[in-house]
Design a protein around this ligand. Structure first.
Ligand code: SF4
Length: 446
């Protein structure tokens, strides 16, 4: 009896690192169920889109892509939609896209193989039940990256900011056991990786019933073989003195924090229900810098939130000038169905033109500050971890501990290794660097 070929699965991931990590978990689960992952949709037995619902634009992209992918399907291929958009829309997606057979929310991946078996016999299913115990501990993620590992430590979020769909699509917050996170960290070290990134919606509110985020940083940061420990995304309110002390006292914790500010106006922050004020955010920044003077900050900012006045926006600009973020992810407010912000009075809507103008001024302000800071780094030396080939040219992309991107010459055999470089140039955003011979025992910057 000739052996049937193993079924193939193609997965396309949208959105945040948590989704990348979920795709790795799904591929691991399917590999254990006999599937082979392929890098293109053509002729794949299963095509999965792991989706994001954070902004309307993200969902429109998926709807367009679902249409495009139809022509890559074989007659018996199965198309599935997973992730936050699947959780938000559920059966509505089956109605609107007849070639989609599976709609699975972020807590439903344990039954993926059996649901796929049903779909391959013609069933069409939507599975969006939350499971607050689920952390997929027994899954073996099939990692896309061979240099650093995404390690989820928490799922869901309890903050409920008025513009955010995440609590709706990922449920309430729950944390993995510290011992499971440490076990996974040791596993990735045994696979040759030296950098891990701990993932959570508000990762520094981590609590497994016994251990908090400070305990987690100290435990993961001292796993033999780990050289760099990062985490994303924290919430400003959860930087306790214990957490900041653990960051400062654990040498592997990198000197970079992505600290979402969202707005520099206390009035707007209140309406966003961010649960801190401008002063509270500034105080958090000051405490981080007092404990780790070389720390580098990046952030997320929304402009055009309902009711945002010119004065509110000026406060966002002034906060950026005062803090000096190395970089900022900046967005126009996007109303998400089902979030409290959509129930704010129509009269408070900020027009797309005004939002667009504010977005441009914000980008210019952050870029100008970043450029000034980066020009000041010419000639300084940094240890970089070579991550991958650069997008342009035949250079390699390396990352400093404080999250700066430095492009260097060299062949791909250097990927995954560390190198000391001297910064030779900057575009204002990324840098070029030249390797420094080991003999040069000059002081390192940052
Ligand atoms: S903290 Fe706020 S913005 Fe972040 S995931 Fe939770 S609800 Fe969304």
């Amino acid at each position: 009896m000739p052996m049937l070929p193993r079924p193939t699965v193609f997965i396309e991931t949208y959105g945040c690192q948590m989704n990348v990590s979920d795709s790795e978990l799904m591929l691991g689960k399917l590999a254990a169920a006999g599937y082979d992952a392929v890098d293109a949709p053509d002729g794949a037995d299963v095509i999965l889109l792991n989706t994001c619902a954070i902004r309307d634009h993200a969902e429109q992209r998926v709807i367009g892509r679902l249409g495009e992918l139809k022509r890559h399907m074989k007659p018996d291929s199965v198309m599935g939609v997973t992730g936050c958009m699947a959780q938000r829309l559920g059966p509505r997606l089956l109605e609107s896209a007849k070639h989609v057979s599976l709609v699975i929310g972020p807590d439903g991946y344990r039954s993926l193989p059996s649901l796929l078996d049903g779909a391959r016999q013609g069933q069409r299913v939507s599975a969006t039940t939350f499971d607050l115990e689920e952390h997929y501990e027994d899954f073996t993620p099939r990692r896309f990256d061979k240099v650093k590992a995404w390690i989820p430590v928490q799922r869901g979020c309890d903050y409920k900011c008025t513009y955010c769909i995440v609590p709706t699509t990922r449920g309430s917050e729950r944390s993995r056991k510290l011992s499971d996170v440490v076990r996974e960290t040791a596993q990735v070290v045994s696979e040759g990786m030296t950098e891990v990134v701990l993932l959570g919606q508000t990762v520094n509110s981590y609590f497994d019933g016994t251990h908090d985020f400070a305990d987690l940083l100290r435990a993961v940061g001292t796993v033999p073989g780990i050289r760099r420990l990062r985490y994303t995304s924290p919430h400003p309110n959860d930087f306790s003195d214990r957490v900041i002390a653990a960051m400062a006292e654990t040498p592997t914790v990198c000197e970079h924090v992505h600290l979402p500010m969202q707005s520099g106006s206390t009035r707007t922050l209140k309406r966003m229900r961010r649960r801190y004020t401008r002063e509270g955010f500034m105080e958090c920044v000051a405490r981080l810098r007092a404990a780790i003077p070389s720390i580098v900050l990046t952030t997320d900012i929304i402009v055009g939130f309902p009711g945002e006045t010119d004065e509110d926006f000026e406060e966002t600009l002034s906060a950026c000038r005062e803090i000096g973020f190395m970089d900022a992810f900046t967005f126009k407010f996007s109303a998400r169905e089902g979030t409290p912000a959509t129930r704010m009075p129509e009269s408070e809507t900020v027009s797309d033109a005004v939002s667009g103008e504010r977005l441009q001024r914000l980008v210019d302000t952050v870029r100008a500050r970043t450029r000034d800071m980066n020009l000041g780094l010419l000639g300084t030396r940094h240890e970089i971890l070579i991550e991958k080939p650069a997008r342009r040219g035949d250079l390699l992309q390396g990352r400093t501990r404080d999250f700066r991107t430095i492009l260097v010459g060299g062949d791909t055999s250097l990927i995954g290794t560390y190198m000391t470089v001297e910064i030779t140039g900057t575009t204002g955003h990324t840098f070029t660097g030249a390797p420094v011979a080991a003999r040069a025992a000059l002081p390192m910057a940052g």
